[in-house]
Design a protein around this ligand. Structure first.
Ligand code: ZN
Length: 322
């Protein structure tokens, strides 16, 4: 029995927008009005980073907190309400970098945008959520399943789950939905399952609207999803700042214990303790280097599942040598 949509309203879920800026096409800076006219790489002691308020962005949010009271470079966070809005800001140079779905960044790179992936956003941290009447992946045959974007590890994980059970993507109706809409769409029966950035999977569990069919690590060991990217302009014009920013970022990730991650999530994400406790069990932020091996596994999946025929090579796309 599915919970009614009204229960989601009562739980305050519907008001949980990804950002106050949702739908306006612009980002909201946490510290200052967003510069919408030009790259900020030339005249600032800050690095302007675009993010979505999801647990997958916690490493850069923690970094911004850690650098706030120190000498040196500061992180200016710019919050977006959707991946297309964030990507537009990244691709047009309105920000210096972003925490973004790595497949989206790979696509931008493939299309000629000057960006480099300098670290992972996190490891694992995704789940396949299904309605309570679905017992196994085979039950998904003919059902409707939501992902946030075709260019995502969520799409890959769905393909992995189906392949594990002798099915393919052609056996389900795949629909792209905004993350915020997925828990309520599942509860109302509009969709039968979804995979998306957290904590939107944990929300369905918390509300009793769905259950976990697979965690990402059951499908793809040490799976990757989001990446931290910087523009070539920023890296070339401010190499020392880029180096110290990336080093601080990896340290911030390593500092994210479950307790610290929850503290940062409560500051930036406005979610309940129950949702965060569930969600943060699935994710880790240790060792955020993008290794050649990790990247080649991703590239193989991107090609095998038809996300892209020609993803950028490791040498073209990943920068480790700061
Ligand atoms: Zn992610």
């Amino acid at each position: 029995m599915k919970k009614k949509l009204s229960a989601l309203f009562a739980a305050g879920l519907i008001s949980l927008s990804l950002g106050a800026c949702g739908g306006t096409g612009g980002g909201i800076s946490a510290n200052a009005p967003a510069d919408t006219t030009a790259s900020s790489a030339e005249s600032s002691d800050t690095v302007k980073i675009a993010y979505l308020p999801i647990t997958h962005s916690l490493a850069v949010l923690e970094e911004a907190n850690e650098l706030r009271d120190k000498d040196g470079i500061k992180v200016e966070l710019v919050k977006y309400g959707s991946w297309p809005e964030l990507l537009d800001a990244l691709n047009t140079g309105r920000v210096d970098g972003a925490s973004v779905l790595i497949e989206l960044a790979m696509k931008s790179k493939q299309e000629g945008i000057g960006i480099k992936a300098v670290a992972l956003g996190h490891k694992d941290g995704n789940v396949i959520i299904v309605s309570n009447d679905i017992e196994n992946a085979e039950d998904l045959k003919g059902k409707t399943f939501a992902i946030p974007h075709r260019q995502s590890s969520h799409n890959i994980l769905l393909n992995d789950a189906l392949a594990k059970n002798g099915l393919t993507i052609d056996d389900v109706n795949v629909t792209e939905l905004a993350p915020t809409e997925m828990p309520s769409a599942l509860a109302s029966g509009t969709i039968d399952g979804y995979c998306v950035a957290e904590p939107f999977g944990a929300m369905a569990v918390s509300l009793g609207a769905g259950k976990v069919l697979y965690t990402s690590e059951e499908l793809w060991e040490n799976s990757i999803c989001c990446g931290l990217v910087l523009t070539d302009t920023f890296i070339e014009q401010r190499p020392d700042d880029a180096k110290s920013f990336v080093e601080s970022y990896k340290t911030a990730g390593a500092n994210l214990t479950k307790e610290k991650a929850k503290e940062v999530a409560k500051e930036y994400l406005s979610q309940s303790d129950e949702v965060l406790d569930t969600s943060l069990e699935w994710i880790s932020y240790n060792d955020l280097d993008i290794t050649e091996e990790t990247y080649s596994i991703l590239v193989d999946k991107v090609k095998a599942y038809g996300l892209s025929d020609d993803p950028p090579s490791y040498e073209e796309f990943v920068k480790n040598d700061f």
